[in-house]
Design a protein. Structure first.
Length: 226
C-alpha cells in the first residue's frame, strides 16, 4: 500500500534536497529525455464480492493495488515547460471461486485466477515554477486512453483459458521533483492521482481503477539545447 512507501519517499526527497546544491544545473530548453520509472499504484481497498446465481455462489476478490512501470519521452519547449508521452503498465491478480448448494451444504465447482494489466498511454505536460536550482519541482497533468487486459485461467471439469480487452479514458494530475546529475542524467520522483472512467465490464470484480500513485525514475538527457 502507499502508506508503506511514503516514509521511503520522504527520505528520498530529503536526500535530494540536501545534495541538490552539489549537482549539475544548466538549461533544459529544446532538450529531450527518455525516462524509466517504477512505483506503486493504489486503487482503493481490496475488493471481495459474493454473488448468488440460482444454486451457485460466486466469490470474487481483487487486491488493492500493485507495482507498475513507465517509459516516457519528454521535450522541453522552454526552460519551465515540457511536453510528455508516457506508457505505463500496472499488473494485478484476482481470483474467483464457484460453489454449488445452499447455506447448509456446498460443493466446489470451479476456481479461476485472473491476471490483469491496466495500460495507460497518456499525453501531458510538466510546468516548472522554479528553474534556478538543479532540483526543480514541477506540476504535471496527463490524459489519454487506459486499456485493460484480463487473462483468465479456469479450473472446472477441464482447464479453460481465455482473455479480453476493455478500453476506457482517464487523466492524471500530480507533481514531483526532477534533479540534474550532469548533462546526461537526471533523477526524479513523482506523485499523482489517476482519474479513470469505469470499464464497461469488471476486471476481476472491479470496473474502476482510479487512485493515487507514487514513482521514482532515472532519465537519459539528449539534444544540444539552446
Amino acid at each position: 500500500m502507499l502508506k508503506n512507501t511514503l516514509p521511503g519517499a520522504a527520505c528520498l526527497s530529503l536526500l535530494i534536497a540536501v545534495f541538490s546544491t552539489t549537482v549539475f544545473a544548466g538549461s533544459l530548453a529544446k532538450r529531450s529525455r527518455v525516462e524509466l520509472k517504477i512505483g506503486r499504484w493504489h486503487h482503493g481497498s481490496a475488493s471481495q464480492a459474493i454473488n448468488r446465481i440460482g444454486p451457485y455462489t460466486v466469490q470474487t476478490s481483487a487486491k488493492s493495488g500493485g507495482a507498475f512501470g513507465t517509459v516516457s519521452y519528454t521535450y522541453w519547449t522552454r526552460e519551465n515547460f515540457a511536453v510528455t508521452f508516457a506508457l505505463s503498465a500496472l499488473r494485478l491478480t484476482g481470483d474467483s471461486r464457484v460453489e454449488f448448494g445452499d447455506d447448509q451444504t456446498t460443493q466446489f465447482v470451479g476456481f479461476s485466477e485472473n491476471q490483469i494489466n491496466v495500460v495507460p498511454f497518456v499525453f501531458g505536460f510538466k510546468y516548472y515554477p522554479l528553474v534556478t536550482s538543479p532540483a526543480r519541482p514541477f506540476f504535471s497533468m496527463y490524459a489519454g486512453p487506459y486499456i485493460g487486459f484480463e487473462a483468465q485461467h479456469k479450473v472446472e471439469k477441464e482447464i479453460v483459458q481465455n482473455s479480453r480487452t476493455l478500453n476506457s479514458v482517464g487523466s492524471r494530475i500530480g507533481g514531483g521533483i526532477d534533479v540534474r546529475l550532469n548533462r546526461r542524467f537526471m533523477l526524479g520522483a513523482e506523485a499523482g492521482y489517476n482519474f479513470v472512467m469505469g470499464f464497461t465490464k469488471s476486471l476481476s470484480g472491479r470496473d474502476n481503477y482510479s487512485g493515487p500513485e507514487l514513482s521514482f525514475g532515472l532519465s537519459l538527457l539528449f539534444g544540444k539545447g539552446q
